[in-house]
Design a protein around this ligand. Sequence first.
Ligand SMILES: NC(=O)c1ccc[n+]([C@@H]2O[C@H](COP(=O)([O-])OP(=O)(O)OC[C@H]3O[C@@H](n4cnc5c(N)ncnc54)[C@H](OP(=O)(O)O)[C@@H]3O)[C@@H](O)[C@H]2O)c1
Length: 277
Amino acid sequence: MFVITGATGNVGSELVRILAAEGAGERATAVSRRAPEAALPEGVRHHRADLAEPQSLRPALAGATGGALFLLVAGEDPRAVLDLAAEAGVRRVVLLSSQGVGTRPEQYAHPAAFEEAVRRSGLEWTVLRSGGLDSNAFAWAESIRTHRTAAAPFGDVGLPTVDPADVAEVAAAVLRGSGHAGRTYELTGPALVTPRERAAAIAGAIGEPVRFVEQSPEEARAQMLTFMPEPAVEGTLSILGTPIAAERAVSPAVEQILGRPPHPFTTWATRMAPAFR
Ligand SMILES: NC(=O)c1ccc[n+]([C@@H]2O[C@H](COP(=O)([O-])OP(=O)(O)OC[C@H]3O[C@@H](n4cnc5c(N)ncnc54)[C@H](OP(=O)(O)O)[C@@H]3O)[C@@H](O)[C@H]2O)c1
């Protein structure tokens, strides 16, 4: 039995799809606060629960004896969630954390606390520290659809962003496989890609020019504060603008775990082209 939190998100929806395609759909429980907008793969059950209210997860965890939990950083009390999982007989937990926990611990204290709780949970654990996701480019979906423009700060600073489908495939491998207990993996894409290059890749995918507009850091901060808490905004902006060497490094983990290199940004852009047309 697999309990997948964040199951309607960029990573979680792919993870549910992969588990179902591998024949584990009937043993997968998808968890999110809202009902899914798109149909879930056949056999997958959905439970509404909020990680900010750990007790709401109880029904989703029922029957998960011997199973595995894919846990998102959400809510404030990971220990309560993990205690419930242990009580339900869950054997393994895979946490989706952030690369920033390793590179900027002061700004990533929240996911760091989840990592600590997972390591102390008594469950078999693996931590996936994701770099920036390719799907952050969805922030451009409306402006590209309506004006064929994409605005971002630090247009020429490259980062090895990672396809959420690759993160999901790694998560599936770790949830189902062996040899990953007690490991912390950094997940990145295969190469540095700048925001300007990401906009050009989306232009290529939709077959239309897209104008890149360089934002000032202040403009970007004001925009990000509308949907992100302040420490996360500061951490993200400093990674986007002045990444340290470890944040620009391509991690070997995706290839080591999947036996193939991670997908380039163009793969994500091509797959998601309809969202930008
Ligand atoms: N974006 C990045 O660059 C980045 C980098 C490193 C790590 N990460 C981590 O990766 C995670 C997943 O990214 P994503 O792009 O897949 O996220 P996403 O597309 O925003 O999806 C988040 C998912 O989690 C659910 N969710 C959110 N809060 C919840 C809560 N309190 N209780 C239960 N479910 C909740 C959402 O559904 P409902 O809203 O219906 O609950 C949705 O299914 C992020 O949360 C972040 O911690 C992201």
